[in-house]
Design a binder for this molecule. Structure first.
Ligand SMILES: N[C@@H](CCC[C@H](N)C(=O)O)C(=O)O
Length: 284
């Protein structure tokens, strides 16, 4: 029987099984099916997916993220904060500020340390990608997808689409408690206008620096939080004139709050917690 050691961590309830690939060897061909297996709450460990902490040629560590359906994502905001915590606490980095490689590029992490443990992490997520082709989305000629009419099953909606290295679509709602997360979410996730699928976010604007947020994640369904999604929601809200640019915005997710700023320089900064749940050995 094969096995690997793991650490289960979460950022605002968005939990993943983290595997240190500096120490473990898992064949590439098994990664997708293992992500499905470990994520299963009945027959596995239970999580929103699996994250690999890998060697990198351009940074101290590289993150790879697999959703609970086995698909590989290119970025994960909550995962980045947990990877930063793991890397710092395991002595993989010495400085409190360091780069992490993702499949969508390099990001910079800054950890806050209390009594030797990382409590909070700020990630400079880089610049949002706003061109339709960068989302990617098929549709109108307009270069950006901002407040664009979008029909689903004969019903008219308005969407804004943002890539944070992975695709997001934002729907504004009047009341977050009745947002159609589990009904509209899975339909839009697989809508053919998004050739790579899409993470679907519902946002209620509280004021110019505060949002309520719920998500249907591509490849994982409802999760307690989505870091890249919260960043996309803040960018979308600035583009729609609902929140202010270069101002800290509090995003209230099901699992807690993130503080996000789309700076005048163009980068998106996200601050929030990262926590370790347990460690163990998984047999397969
Ligand atoms: N939970 C994540 C995003 C994970 C990947 C996403 N489901 C995708 O397929 O793009 C986050 O915190 O950003």
């Amino acid at each position: 029987m094969n096995k690997f050691s793991f650490t289960k961590m979460h950022g605002l309830g968005n939990s993943y099984i983290y595997v240190n690939m500096f120490e473990e060897t898992i064949p590439e061909s098994l990664l997708s099916s293992l992500a499905v297996k470990v994520s299963n709450v009945n027959t596995g460990i239970g999580a929103d997916g699996m994250i690999l902490i890998c060697p990198s040629e351009v940074a101290p560590v590289k993150m790879r993220i697999f959703n609970s359906d086995g698909s590989e994502g290119k970025n994960c905001g909550n995962g980045l904060r947990c990877v930063a915590k793991y890397a710092y606490e395991h002595g993989m980095v010495k400085d409190r500020s360091f780069f992490i490689e993702t499949l969508s590029g390099l990001v910079k992490a800054e950890v806050t340390v209390e009594n030797g443990a990382v409590t909070n992490v700020t990630i400079d997520m880089g610049k949002p990608r706003l061109k339709r082709s960068e989302i990617p989305m098929i549709g109108l000629d307009a270069e950006r997808v901002v407040a664009e009419p979008f029909e689903v099953d004969g019903k008219q909606y308005e969407i804004t689409a943002v890539s944070m290295g992975n695709p997001h679509v934002i729907f504004y709602v009047d009341d977050i408690t009745t947002a159609p997360v589990t009904t509209l979410g899975p339909i839009v996730e697989k809508d053919e206008r998004f050739p790579e699928g899409v993470n679907v976010e519902f946002v209620e604007v509280v004021n110019d620096h505060e949002l309520h947020f719920r998500v249907w994640e591509r490849g994982s369904g409802v999760t307690q939080a989505c870091g890249t999604g919260a960043c996309a929601a803040v960018v979308a809200s600035v583009l729609n004139g609902k929140t202010a640019r270069n101002k800290e915005t509090v995003v209230h997710l099901a699992g807690g709050d993130l503080i996000i700023t789309w700076t005048d320089e163009g980068n998106v900064r996200m601050t929030g917690p990262a926590e370790t749940i347990c460690t163990g050995v998984y047999y397969y």
